[in-house]
Design a protein around this ligand. Structure first.
Ligand SMILES: [Zn+2]
Length: 474
């Protein structure tokens, strides 16, 4: 999309680091204390913080991390300890009784709770195990809300059980609720300080909160306790990000933390944040969803973007939880960049709203629609393709778009947009909202689509062709 190469970012000036009580570090050129405020000067102008949230100020230091997680290609799995923990004696017995005929036997769980009223420690423990087993079952079936509610109940009976604490933390992570996740992890660490899964999950929570230093530290600790390929990959990614962005400046607004190359203009960074906040408000009301934590945005030079993401050449911008946008020494937000930001921000909303379960065609179809694209220029070609090569009209529903050639992927984008337009025309945003809610609950993509639109993929394709004919083929 934007493709002019630019010099590597220059090292930023030595300054002061404001360390907040929540661990966040802000690097400033100068820092002055002024009553109950701390004023600091950055390349983007003078900013203030309430004194109450500042822990201390260090002189010197380089900027630290910004960003937001999901891990994109890095999968996040529940802690392994949950599957086999020798402390959970009697687990199989309770588990077998809790799950009956393919669902949670809520009467049995209620009976365990009643028995726990006796105050006997075994009855208490059984009630905890019952809820934990129910939570594991709900998690395996994609019922994240129920899974979390059950794990919280289990913790009422056994507040110190590290496995329950880690599962609650994991469920919050899946919901992009990093701060809440950390609260459980801190409790888990107090009772199981050397458990590698506590460190691994804590790394993810920090990664989500844009604290790359702390994320890397946790993952290094986890690896020292137990070798693990997934953690190794996560650490490699965090260190790659950290190295590149160590040279970057930082700025933030209500819903975003922004990092950008030292070579970019501070006015540009402010302009990007203003543009993002405007898009945030619009997307928030359209998609009826508010991401719980700040969204990380990184502005890269083109070369740095290609090096860091190792994405195919056709990827104009990329969203792996943090919004990564290549810029080319622009000094203000152009209409083109504004569209890219809106597109990428839509991905963040969809990713979080569906708990990472949206298929690529919904992600890309809706992101294009939100940036203002319509099928007017592609309609005729899509109608012809559906008649002459119907299998190509369905390729975009499945498969890995990152592995597609430039040509195939541009067709995939066009179909995805047309499918989303067709769904929006028939049922409005309400229908897409319902599809996304079903995805969030763990339903498979085609089933979720059919459950709302009554069309499977083949039917959606023919609905889409009808829609394109009626709308554009005049
Ligand atoms: Zn996209």
């Amino acid at each position: 999309m934007l493709c002019v190469f630019m010099a590597a970012p220059t090292a930023s000036a030595q300054g002061n680091t404001i360390v907040l009580k929540n661990g966040r570090r802000i690097v400033a050129l100068t820092v002055t204390q002024d009553g109950d405020k701390v004023r600091y000067e950055t390349s983007a102008g003078e900013l203030t913080l309430p004194r109450a949230i500042v822990d201390h100020i260090e002189s010197g230091g380089m900027p630290t991390q910004g960003g937001s997680m999901d891990g994109g290609k890095l999968s996040l799995k529940p802690p392994e300890a949950a599957a086999a923990d020798s402390a959970l004696t009697g687990k199989t017995e309770i588990e077998a009784a809790v799950i009956r005929d393919g669902e949670v036997d809520r009467n049995y769980v209620a009976r365990l709770e009643n028995e726990a009223l006796s105050g006997q420690s075994l009855a208490n423990w059984n009630a905890a195990l019952g809820h934990h087993a129910a939570s594991q079952f709900e998690l395996a079936h994609g019922e994240m809300d129920l899974a979390l509610a059950d794990e919280q109940q289990a913790l009422k009976y056994a507040p110190q059980q590290p496995v329950f604490l880690m599962n609650a933390a994991y469920l919050h992570l899946r919901r992009s609720e990093y701060t809440q996740s950390l609260e459980y992890l801190e409790r888990a660490r107090r009772v199981a300080p050397e458990d590698p899964d506590v460190a691994k999950l804590t790394g993810w929570a920090y990664y989500g909160l844009n604290k790359m230093d702390q994320a890397a530290g946790e993952w290094q600790h986890a690896l020292a306790l137990r070798p693990d390929k997934e953690t190794q990959a996560a650490l490699k990614k965090a260190l790659r990000d950290k190295e590149e962005e160590a040279q970057y400046k930082e700025n933030e607004s209500r819903h975003f933390t922004l990092r950008y190359s030292g070579a970019a203009e501070p006015a540009m960074a402010r302009d990007v944040l203003r543009t993002l906040e405007r898009h945030f408000d619009a997307i928030e009301s359209q998609l009826s969803y508010s991401p719980p934590d700040a969204i990380g945005v990184i502005l890269y030079t083109q070369q740095a973007f290609a090096d860091i993401t190792q994405a195919p050449a056709w990827v104009g911008a990329l969203n792996d939880g943090r919004i990564r946008v290549p810029v080319q020494g622009l000094s203000s937000v152009t209409p083109e960049l504004s569209r890219v930001l809106r597109h990428e921000l839509t991905h963040s909303f969809i990713q979080q709203k569906t708990r990472g379960r949206a298929p690529t065609w919904i992600q890309e179809g809706l992101a294009q629609w939100m940036e203002g694209k319509r099928s007017n220029t592609s309609a005729a070609a899509l109608i012809r393709m559906a008649a002459s090569a119907p299998e190509q009209a369905a390729e975009h529903f499945e498969g890995d778009w990152m592995k597609m050639s430039n040509e195939v992927v541009s067709v995939a984008y066009a179909w995805a947009l047309a499918n989303v337009e067709c769904i929006l025309r028939a049922g409005g945003m309400t229908d897409l909202d319902r599809i996304m809610n079903r995805l969030a609950a763990g339903e498979a993509a085609e089933a979720a689509t059919k459950g709302v639109t009554r069309s499977n993929y083949a039917e959606l394709t023919s609905d889409t062709v009808d829609y394109l004919r009626k709308t554009y083929d005049k």
